[in-house]
Design a protein around this ligand. Structure first.
Ligand SMILES: [Ca+2]
Ligand SMILES: [Ca+2]
Length: 645
């Protein structure tokens, strides 16, 4: 970027020297102020720290510091106008609304802040945008997502294991401490992920967190900084670039609902209504309604009662805990109804998209944020990044609940969230119930029949595990065969599947944090390195190859990716379905019973009625086609894929 000085009259000589020096060194963008008065203004932080030409017509800058009750603000670039400012009552914050004139070129604006007690300035670099090609791509039906918790995957840089500002935070023995995994570790293992066959990464949040137990990333203290345990912004940018070069996409885990309890905003918010409530006085997300409100006494699943959010008959008061409460009673809840908060969060998402080239957002705690915000947030992002995908977390077993949050049509409230798609939590619950608790296989068919509730069910994200659920392989009743069945279903059913890191090598573990163990081989001192074949146990290799083969079949067979799903048979122990594309028809036969099973079915009246032959392309099931009569012989606990000719 290039600096130029159209209006130097507002700068004194020292300001100019400091600014030029900083520009040359690429260092800090905040100047020390020049006055000696103890009441003189000080800027410690500028959010966003920079912006881009032609991205938006204006930007709202949040300055943090001291004595920022500005009487006047002006930038040295003629094309950057200060349209208004607003300081917090205590002077610790100043919002500066900048307007960009169309002729603005790249450069660094130096903006002066004048108060009754002195003046200071801050730098605001405005760069040309990078080539758009290959960035901000969005997901497609060809994608398979791989979820990584960066602290637990691979340690690519031992020097950041315990940053100076976080003494005592690193200890691999403690399940809730930082373990040293980082962004460079992920970059170093992209070839492993390519070899496995996934196409997109979802990393749990990379923003800076504050507590020694925040290795998971969901307690932000700086919305514009990469956590120093994980690396730097440059590391993140390089990771996204490296992923793109290898045709892998990257999803950013964004958390507009809340920040961490240690965020400085909690004790000193930029506005009185920055959060829903205060540290001393706030609601919690625990629903005030109990399960019996909807006839579910003794409700066992661990989801909140989102029914109240989708129910047109609940008065706002019955929904308030969920939308305005602090998550678990501890995570400060952003007041997205405040337009300044909303703008802050929207700009933050635009900034990460532009700064890194990321391809989409996984959106945390989606249901806990008022829906009007999501409409605004998506609209602002899509204006710039029309292809950007968003995947919402609505942790709930009922499709009538989850589908309410899907974008593409308005709900009873007149709002279209514009969310691209959702994680298929209802199918997750059904798959686990079927595979681990002996529920009938038809439970899954019962979920799939409700696909009509979604505008685009083909984009749903099926999965059987993530960072918030006990490891499948560690669950009671899990076996290698069961794990294979879980992969078999998740990777052949409709949608864009998600795989949780380490499930491909049968990593074990119970509930959080035991489900977030270190990937073996990610640390130089590890005894076994499961990233390479020679380091895997027989069981690990068996699962790895199973997943790898299924992912290869997905690449080779478009019916497995975007093909239409047709039920062929469903009962207590089996589910047989057809995936149909223009080019091909595949039959997938899932059988969870303890004995071999013969399934006889007629293809008459199905899209497969005119086929002439059938052959097994995956698994050990056998098929015999006589006219339109199909006979399948399915081994105990097996998944077979047949190609129809
Ligand atoms: Ca490290
Ligand atoms: Ca909320």
């Amino acid at each position: 970027m290039r600096a130029y000085w159209k209006n130097p009259i507002h700068l004194n000589v020292r300001d100019c020297l400091i600014a030029l020096c900083l520009l040359h060194s690429g260092a800090l963008s905040v100047h020390a102020q020049t006055q000696a008065s103890p009441h003189a203004p000080i800027v410690n932080k500028v959010e966003p720290p920079n912006w881009w030409v032609g991205l938006t017509p204006d930007v709202m800058v949040l300055l943090s510091g001291k004595n920022l009750r500005a009487t006047h603000a002006q930038c040295n670039l003629q094309e950057v106008l200060v349209s208004r400012t607003q300081s917090s009552i205590n002077g610790d914050y100043l919002f500066v609304w900048l307007k960009f004139l169309p002729q603005l070129k790249s450069g660094t604006a130096v903006c002066r802040i004048i108060t009754t007690d002195g003046e200071t300035s801050f730098e605001f670099p405005i760069a040309a945008r990078k080539q758009i090609l290959g960035r901000n791509q969005g997901l497609s039906l060809d994608d398979v997502i791989y979820l990584i918790m960066p602290d637990r995957f691979a340690n690519g840089d031992p020097t950041n294991d315990e940053p100076v500002e976080f003494p005592g935070s690193h200890d691999r023995v403690k399940p809730r401490a930082y373990h040293g995994g980082d962004l460079r570790g992920i970059e170093a293992h992209l070839p492993y992920l390519k070899d496995l066959g996934i196409t997109a990464l979802w990393l749990t949040p990379v923003v800076k967190n504050g507590a020694p137990a925040d290795y998971h990333g969901y307690g932000a203290v700086d919305e514009y900084g990469v956590d120093p345990h994980l690396g730097t912004l440059k590391d993140y940018q390089e990771l996204v670039d490296a992923a793109h070069k290898q045709h892998l996409k990257v999803l950013f885990d964004v958390v507009p609902n809340h920040v961490g309890p240690l965020n400085t905003w909690v004790k000193d918010p930029p506005m009185a209504d920055w959060f829903h409530g205060t540290a001393e006085n706030h609601l919690s997300t625990f629903s005030q309604l109990k399960g019996d409100f909807y006839g579910q006494p003794g409700k066992k699943d661990d989801s909140d009662l989102f029914e109240a959010l989708v129910d047109p008959h609940t008065p706002p008061q019955m929904r308030k805990n969920l939308t305005d409460g602090w998550f678990w009673g501890i995570l400060p809840d952003m007041n997205t109804e405040n337009p300044v908060v909303s703008d802050y969060l929207i700009q933050n998402a635009i900034w990460w998209a532009e700064a890194s080239g990321l391809d989409g957002y996984r959106i945390d705690t989606f249901a806990y944020v008022p829906r009007a915000f999501w409409a605004q947030w998506h609209e602002a992002l899509r204006r710039i990044y029309p292809r950007l995908s968003t995947v919402g977390e609505v942790f709930h077993p009922d499709p009538t609940v989850t589908s309410f949050f899907a974008g593409g049509r308005k709900g009873w409230d007149g709002i279209d969230t514009q969310l691209t798609t959702l994680f298929d939590f209802p199918l997750y619950y059904a798959m686990r119930d079927v595979l681990l608790s002996g529920a009938p296989a038809g439970r899954m068919t019962n979920i799939l029949r409700q696909d009509s509730l979604y505008p685009h069910p083909e984009y749903l994200v099926p999965f059987f595990g993530n960072h918030d659920t006990p490891r499948f392989a560690g669950a009671p009743g899990a076996t290698t065969k069961k794990l294979k069945l879980a992969f078999g279903l998740a990777l052949t059913i409709r949608g864009i599947p998600e795989i949780y890191y380490g499930d491909e090598i049968a990593m074990k573990g119970g509930a959080d944090p035991d489900n977030r163990r270190d990937f073996p081989g990610g640390w130089p001192e590890d005894e076994n390195n499961a990233f390479v074949r020679t380091g895997r146990t027989k069981e690990q290799q068996e699962i790895f190859e199973y997943v790898q083969t299924l992912l290869r079949l997905r690449r080779e067979n478009d019916a497995l990716r975007g093909g239409k799903l047709w039920h062929l048979a469903s009962d207590d122990s089996s589910y047989v379905f057809l995936r149909e594309s223009d080019e091909e028809k595949l039959v997938i036969a899932f059988h969870d019973g303890a004995n071999v099973k013969t399934v006889n079915l007629s293809l008459q009246g199905t899209p497969a009625e005119a086929v002439a032959g059938i052959s097994t392309i995956f698994g050990n099931g056998e098929a015999d086609l006589a006219g339109q009569q199909l006979k399948l012989v399915l081994p105990a606990q097996s998944l077979t894929i047949f190609a129809l000719q």
